[in-house]
Structure formats: structure tokens, C-alpha cells
Design a protein around this ligand. Structure first.
Ligand code: AP5
Ligand code: MG
Ligand code: ZN
Length: 213
């Protein structure tokens, strides 16, 4: 099963993608997590990506597409995957579609987690992320068992550099201009499914499981 998660920054794509990956035993692939791991390790790719990410802009397609295509070609992707944060532009979606076409393959579902902009800023300022394993929490909605410590691996939780309110506003603008057109792209391919992302994350997950079966 090959799944794409669509939705604004902070809609809960990562939160849901992790639950999907666990339930259906497929890898969760987040381009944002890949970039953040590269930033943490000080790679050349990380340094390049950081310039765009800190400004709330998209990392150029040339950099992003190659990483993603390499990742989905790995052995653990044979039975499918859930993509979180890719594609984010029409050209990215076209590259992915063409690459899958060549293998006689396709995406099964594009799930749009719908949350209005008003809810987003508040969510982002409360988000805490684990730098080691990528787990995400919210200080009010989804708190860790011990404040500031990851439940899964015990590492420290941080506020992401791009979660400052000014940057979140830029990310929302970029989302509306460059990423939202993908909703129509996947609707035309008849694989678009919408879920209400404003309800409790366990309720969002139930709606997704009802779609995936
Ligand atoms: P990325 O890491 O993908 O960030 P994003 O799309 O901005 O999305 P987020 O991770 O911020 O939000 P999310 O939807 O995953 O929400 P989450 O589950 O954490 O990308 C970062 C940057 O990398 C981009 O800006 C860009 O520069 C670059 N990049 C990445 N991919 C790229 C690409 N393909 N092309 C070009 N550039 C790329 O939830 C948010 C918060 O809400 C959490 O605190 C969570 O606990 C809480 N929450 C979740 N669900 C609920 C709920 N139902 N109710 C209440 N709270 C909830
Ligand atoms: Mg995310
Ligand atoms: Zn962790």
C-alpha cells in the first residue's frame, strides 16, 4: 500500500503517518525528517536545506526529488510506504508518478488532513519534537510522560527552529501557493480522500483506517 499524506504544516501529517506505518507495517518517509537528520549531522545537504527551511520556504525540487526516489527504491519499501511531506509541488508529484509508472506501479491513496489556518499557529507553538527518533508531542494535546523527554527513546525534546510564529505564517503561505494544488491533482486521479484534522488525533486515525481498510 502506497500512501501520500497531504495537509498544511501542522495539520498532523507526521502524527498520523507514524500510526499508519505502525498499523500497516510499512515505512514512514518524511522528507522534513530526512532534512532535519542531515542538519543535525552537519552534512552538505543539511546545510543547503537549512537555508530554506529556516525561512519557511521549500527546499528546491532538484535536491528533494533525488533523496525521495533513492529512499523509495530501498528494500523496505517493497510492500509500500507512507509519504509525509512529499510531494509538495506539482513537479514533485509528476516526477513521483512517472517513476512509479515506469515500474508499472502507482500511489493508492492521497489522504488530505484538513485543518484551517487559524488552528495551525497554536498547534505549532506547542509542538515538541525528538531530535533522535522524530517522535512529536504537543505540550497540551499530546504531552510526553515526562516533560521535555521523549517517551520512545529518552532523548531531549526541542521546539523546531521553523515553528516560530513568523516562520509558520510563511510556511502557510507557501503551502497555499505551492502545495494545495496537489489536492486537485490527486482528485483528478480519483485517489484523494479527505479527513477532518481538527478532531482528536485518535479520531483522525479512525477515519483514516476506515478509508484504508
Ligand atoms: P516538514 O517537516 O514536512 O513540515 P510541515 O509540512 O511544515 O509539517 P509539520 O511537520 O510541521 O506538520 P505535520 O503535519 O507533520 O504535523 P504534526 O503531526 O507534527 O517540512 C519542514 C520543511 O522542510 C519545509 O518547510 C521545507 O522547507 C522542507 N521540506 C520538507 N519536505 C519538502 C519537500 N517535499 N519539498 C521541498 N521542501 C521540503 O502535528 C503538529 C502538532 O500538532 C504536534 O505538536 C502534534 O502533536 C499536534 N497534533 C497533531 N494532531 C493533532 C490533533 N488531531 N489535535 C491536536 N493536536 C494535534
Ligand atoms: Mg511533520
Ligand atoms: Zn525519541
Amino acid at each position: 500500500m502506497k500512501i501520500i499524506m497531504l495537509g498544511a504544516p501542522g495539520a498532523g501529517k507526521g502524527t498520523q503517518a507514524k500510526m499508519i506505518a505502525e498499523k500497516y507495517s510499512i515505512p514512514h518517509i518524511s522528507t522534513g525528517d530526512i532534512f532535519r537528520a542531515n542538519i543535525k549531522n552537519g552534512t552538505e545537504l543539511g546545510m543547503e536545506a537549512k537555508k530554506y527551511m529556516d525561512a519557511g520556504q521549500l527546499v528546491p525540487d532538484e535536491l528533494t526529488v533525488k533523496i525521495l526516489l533513492d529512499r523509495v527504491a530501498a528494500d523496505d519499501c517493497k510492500n509500500g510506504y507512507v509519504l509525509d511531506g512529499f510531494p509538495r509541488t506539482i513537479p514533485q508529484a509528476e516526477v513521483l508518478e512517472n517513476a512509479l509508472n515506469e515500474l508499472g506501479d502507482k500511489i493508492d491513496y492521497a489522504i488530505d488532513v484538513d485543518v484551517p489556518d487559524e488552528n495551525i499557529i497554536n498547534r505549532m507553538s506547542g509542538r515538541r519534537a525528538c531530535v533522535t527518533c522524530g517522535a512529536t508531542y504537543h505540550v497540551v494535546h499530546i504531552p510526553p510522560k515526562t516533560e521535555g523527554v521523549c517517551d520512545k527513546c529518552g532523548s531531549e525534546l526541542i521546539l523546531r527552529d521553523d515553528d516560530k510564529p513568523e516562520t509558520v505564517k510563511n510556511r502557510l503561505d507557501v503551502y497555499h501557493k505551492q502545495t494545495q494544488p496537489l489536492i486537485d491533482f490527486y482528485n483528478k486521479r480519483e485517489i484523494l480522500k479527505e479527513v477532518d484534522g481538527t478532531v482528536d488525533s485518535s479520531e483522525v486515525f479512525k477515519a483514516i483506517v476506515a478509508i484504508l481498510g
